[in-house]
Design a protein around this ligand. Sequence first.
Ligand code: DGP
Ligand code: NA
Ligand code: NA
Length: 210
Amino acid sequence: ENGQHSSSRGSLIVFEGLDRSGKTSQCGKLLSYLKGEGLSVEAWRFPDRSTGVGQMISSYLANQSNLDDRAIHLLFSANRWEKRALMENKLQSGITLIVDRYSYSGVAFSAAKGLDIEWCKAPEAGLIAPDLVIYLDVLPEKAAERGGYGTERYEQLEFQKRVAEHYKTLHDDSWEVIDGCLSMEAVQQQLRELATNCVKTCQRGKPLVS
Ligand code: DGP
Ligand code: NA
Ligand code: NA
């Protein structure tokens, strides 16, 4: 701690939601907005398919490989762990990260397969805690209607319904639930306000926690 304001840290802002909930578009818009406000900000996403672990995950999601449910769970978690040090460095150097999916996806998607939820949470302990989690709330049926799902493994209505049920049990104080059925602009307006407040709170010295 050197007491300098210039050392203020960036914020970890996480987006969560079902597939086709609109997260990716909203993340992109929020990134442009915050950059336009002069903020140091980067967009990340998990799974990060660019790493060796990420390529195994990508192949699994494309149904090109099969893996035991617990093995793939641990790979998704490892994919977050392999980026942890870089994440911490970026945040400590004042860069805000907007992250499309994080540990909550890890727990909700694996629990939807029937794995014990506490078992699912365990490997996530020690990752950096988000300052703000934005959950884009869209009914599974509505998400499915949005131009339809792709062909990836989890993009099926019955599975997404179970994911939604598990997400509901994961809400904590860092969560803001946004109605993802509002217009693109109305959602974005709320996100800008939430993100701006979050960034200010972190700049004022809110500690980074794991
Ligand atoms: P996306 O690239 O955001 O479309 O994510 C790919 C799919 O993988 C999507 O259906 C959500 C799912 N997913 C994301 N993170 C995790 C995770 O940590 N564990 C599991 N089991 N699924 C995940
Ligand atoms: Na997807
Ligand atoms: Na992702």
